[in-house]
Design a protein around this ligand. Structure first.
Ligand code: SF4
Ligand code: SF4
Length: 502
């Protein structure tokens, strides 16, 4: 069937600069570039271009420009180009449209409508270059009260297991299988070097990484139960039950057979070259009581030494659900908002299901405070954290820490081309093709990741100091340090912040 889709991108080659080294041909896994030997000329097929920019960056002569195509349909405010192309794709394939990354729809990004406070005259600001600033963050249950020994000095309070982060940022769940071994290892190395944690996602933890990096791992127990045994649970710092994911709330996962290589299969404990399909629900969780049983089973399996996290997608009535999760015994709740990333999700789910993380985190924090149980679990905000300002605003709205996924991938080279589901990632991140995966050097990529964390941490200190605060925990849920601009009354109400000027 002839495709009626027109190319999204246009490849422009400056023939005056191009020396026909064929580098772009080698860089592109989608076959965009070619070479006709008989004519000694480079060619390009715009229809294959994913817009990943790999060829542009690696062209030694700066001879390439990739830009959105200039040809367009007749402008139509109702039927956008994207809607027409999606219709054509479905008419040609009869299938669900898959995509990667988080939703790119122009929904309101509340971070950009929240402004931070700064000290002036009274409560002077603090200079982080000259005075100590504390970003260290502990995730896990905190006691209701401090008890002292008979001498009235020694603290005798029993505190449950907590994990300690040098800065309130962790790497989000990205499974080995969805991402390459080298990308996975880079996250692990960066987390350990910096003093934070990476998350195994639902694909297990390769055995050769356990001894060295297990202490910096949060390992997931997802509906597919891939790669789970006692050693997996006990080698990690914390265990996370994945109930939902922001990019695809309410549905399961699918790792296509071609991405299930020998090591992916061994790590997941499934046959090589078979589809890994995780069910939408956990087949043993149909109530808060069931969830509580799984939490307690995992605590038992890890000898009560690891905090247990529950990851949920931000959906309607989330605050009530979170309250139930705390009462079920979770030590940490990770909340993944509408803009959370993914390796593969149905586009219509990604763009239409869930709520933004900003609203979710604010309403959960408030609900748990109102019920007097906020200290019984930590909250980790995820799904669309783009910069240090987003981190600090999330904490002011009530989060203890934030997960970053897309930002970490970008640090490794990702350009958000959204083709992760094809397994042909030119940047070597979302692929199991050894030739492509080799493009990520864990030593270099982990340095880029650690640099990102260091840079954000310095910026967070600057912003904290500007507010006259010297410890991140003093900002947690302190919404008086935020003001809203351009928001409706109901939005300010949910966020629990005043309008700017008030
Ligand atoms: S990488 Fe650059 S110089 Fe080499 S063939 Fe491609 S466009 Fe020409
Ligand atoms: S990980 Fe790779 S395939 Fe996915 S969006 Fe980034 S560059 Fe594209």
């Amino acid at each position: 069937m002839k495709s009626f889709l027109s190319p999204e991108f246009q490849v422009i080659r400056d023939m005056g600069r191009c020396d026909q080294c064929r580098g772009c041909e080698r860089q592109c896994s989608f076959g965009t570039h070619g070479y006709i030997e008989a004519l000694d000329v480079m060619t390009s097929d715009d229809s294959k271009c994913s817009g990943c920019q790999r060829c542009v960056i690696f062209c030694p002569k700066n001879a390439l420009v990739i830009r959105p195509t200039q040809s367009s349909y007749r402008p139509n405010a109702v039927w956008s180009r994207e809607k027409l192309d999606d219709l054509k794709k479905q008419a040609e394939t009869g299938g669900v449209i898959l995509t990667g990354c988080g939703s790119d729809k122009p929904m309101r990004i509340y971070w950009d409508h929240l402004l931070l406070n700064a000290s002036q005259v009274t409560n002077p600001s603090i200079d982080p270059l000259r005075e100590p600033m504390e970003l260290r963050t502990f995730l896990g249950q905190k006691p209701d009260a401090i008890s002292l020994g008979e001498d009235g000095v020694d603290i005798t309070t029993e505190v449950g297991p907590n994990i300690c982060l040098e800065s309130p940022i962790l790497f989000s769940a990205m499974s080995y299988g969805a991402i390459s071994y080298n990308a996975f290892k880079s996250l692990a190395m960066a987390a350990c070097n910096f003093g934070t944690f990476f998350n195994s996602g639902e694909g297990g933890l390769p055995k050769d990484l356990r001894e060295e990096f297990g202490r910096c791992a949060v390992v997931q127990v997802a509906s597919g139960r891939y790669g789970i045994d006692a050693e997996y649970l006990n080698c990690a710092a914390a265990v996370e039950i994945k109930v939902g994911q922001g990019a695809k709330p309410g549905i399961g996962g699918h790792l296509p057979a071609e991405k299930v290589s020998h090591l992916v299969a061994e790590t997941r404990m499934i046959p090589e070259g078979t589809d890994a399909i995780s069910p939408a629900p956990h087949h043993d969780i149909y109530s808060i009581e069931d969830l509580s049983m799984l939490i307690n089973a995992l605590k038992e399996a890890t000898n009560y030494q690891k905090p247990i996290s529950v990851k949920i997608a931000a959906v309607h009535n989330f605050a009530a659900i979170a309250s139930g999760i705390v009462r079920a015994g979770a030590d940490i709740i990770a909340i993944d908002g509408l803009r959370g990333g993914t390796g593969a999700a149905p586009k219509t789910i990604r763009d239409n299901v869930g709520i933004p993380i900003e609203l979710a985190i604010a309403s959960v924090d408030q609900r748990l405070r109102d019920e007097g149980i906020r200290n019984r679990c930590s909250l980790v905000a995820a799904g669309g954290i783009r910069c240090s300002a987003d981190v600090i605003k999330a904490i002011a709205l009530g989060a203890d820490a934030t997960y970053i996924g897309t930002a970490a991938l970008v640090a490794m080279g990702c350009t958000l081309c959204q083709k992760c589901y094809t397994g042909k990632c030119n940047w070597g991140i979302c692929t199991q093709d050894p030739r492509l995966a080799g493009r990520v050097n864990p030593h270099i990529a982990s340095r880029r990741l650690a640099n990102l964390l260091r840079a954000w941490s310095m910026e967070i200190k600057e912003m904290l100091g500007g507010m006259g605060i010297n410890a991140i925990e003093s900002l947690r849920g302190n919404r008086d340090h935020l003001r809203g601009v351009g928001l409706y009354e109901w939005e300010l109400d949910v966020l629990g912040v005043k309008g700017a000027g008030e």
